[in-house]
Design a protein around this ligand. Structure first.
Ligand code: F6P
Length: 361
């Protein structure tokens, strides 16, 4: 193994730089390899300026930094790229150019840090001869086969702190505070931050809710002397028989953008005479310095990905299983997206402590 590439695809997540650093240091110090960073996800293989040689000096000081020194691209699907041809916008497949770009660079391994979209592309590239290895990244924690993705712990801590802060102001003003949290179709951030921050109601995509029951819960709390309530609402939550709320539709490049369910729930409560404020935490959950746990996990993932490359374990993803780093096939990781187990101990624990999921009267 002589040359390793590393790229960061999809939305950023805290810990990307820690993985890049671990890959670079392990590849150079343990295996004597050359390392190349690919800028802006797969896009880096297309232009003239997309390849960044990485030496030990280039990764110095990046461990605590959020974002990614390589840049990321949410619209980086090589199978569907929008370009202007004859004055018209058309979608084209540039995957062949990407495969050629990888071959030109002579990579013995391409380490891909990504969520499901980026890892699906990695798997497809493997089938075309590219020696890929995946590292599971996303604040949503929705990748199968691994206990946790890096980035999740940081988002969870930020969301929990936000709930703590909302608590004091909610209590002072006897109000309902709704906080909309990220997570796409998985409710892990809302569930775990909700429990950790002592939310009264948690709405997640895996458990459809009924508006009336939330109102009943808020009123019941008032009757019992708690004049405020905290609602942790996952952006993908939806009412029984209803749909998720999107702030923007999707197309061949972008997935639809979730957003607005917090506001919808808040407006419902206000109409029922309950004073309510809504906070959308948004990209704050992805920004800034990673927690120690994410740095630790990201470092272990990055180093393990290089070891896997040296062992020729391509088309596989590093994973955390029973707190140990292992690897699984990309096909297995991508087969079933991970979701909150609605009968699992986390939900059972929350229910047992009186936290309400909006699904019973
Ligand atoms: O997948 C990570 C995530 O932050 C989701 O939680 C959220 O729905 C989405 O990305 C936001 O994407 P964008 O950065 O394109 O707005």
């Amino acid at each position: 193994m002589k040359r390793i590439g590393v790229l960061t695809g999809g939305g950023d997540a805290p810990g990307l730089n820690a993985v890049i650093r671990a890959v670079t240091k392990t590849a150079i110090l343990q295996y004597g390899c050359e390392v190349f960073g690919i800028r802006d996800g797969y896009d880096g293989f297309l232009g003239d300026n997309g390849i960044l040689p990485l030496g030990l000096n280039d990764v110095r000081g990046i461990l605590p930094r959020g974002g990614t020194i390589l840049g990321a691209a949410n619209r980086g699907n090589p199978y569907a790229r929008k370009v202007i041809r004859d004055g018209k916008e058309v979608t084209i497949d540039v995957s062949e150019e990407i495969v050629k770009g990888i071959q030109r660079l002579g990579l013995d391994a391409l380490i891909v840090l990504g969520g499901d979209g980026t890892l699906h592309i990695a798997h497809e590239l493997y089938e075309r001869g590219v020696p890929v290895i995946g590292v599971p990244k996303t604040i949503d924690n929705d990748i199968g086969g691994t206990e946790v993705t890096f980035g999740f712990d940081t988002a969870l801590n930020i969301a929990t702190e936000a709930i703590d802060r909302l608590h004091t102001t909610a209590e002072s003003h006897h109000r309902v505070m709704v906080v909309e949290l990220m997570g796409r179709d998985a409710g892990f951030i809302a569930l775990q931050a909700g429990v950790s921050g002592g939310a009264d109601v948690i709405l997640i995509p895996e458990i459809p809710f009924k508006y009336e029951t939330i109102l009943a819960k808020v009123r019941q709390r008032v009757e019992r002397g708690s004049y405020f309530s905290i609602l942790a609402v996952s952006e993908g939550a939806k009412p029984w028989g209803g749909s998720q709320v999107f702030s923007r539709g999707g197309d061949e490049i972008y997935v639809p953008r979730l957003g607005g369910i917090g506001q919808t729930v808040g407006e419902y409560l206000e109409k029922q005479g309950v004073e309510t404020r809504v906070t959308v935490l948004g990209h704050v959950q992805r920004g800034g310095t990673p927690t120690a746990f994410d740095r630790w996990l990201a470092t272990r993932y990055g180093a393990a990905a290089v070891r896997l490359a040296a062992a020729g374990g391509f088309d596989r993803m590093v994973a955390l299983v029973r707190s140990q780093i292992t690897d699984i096939s990309l096909a297995e990781a991508l087969a079933v997206p991970k979701r909150v187990d609605v009968h699992g101990d986390a939900v059972v624990t929350a229910r047992g402590m009186g936290i309400f999921f909006g699904d019973e009267v």
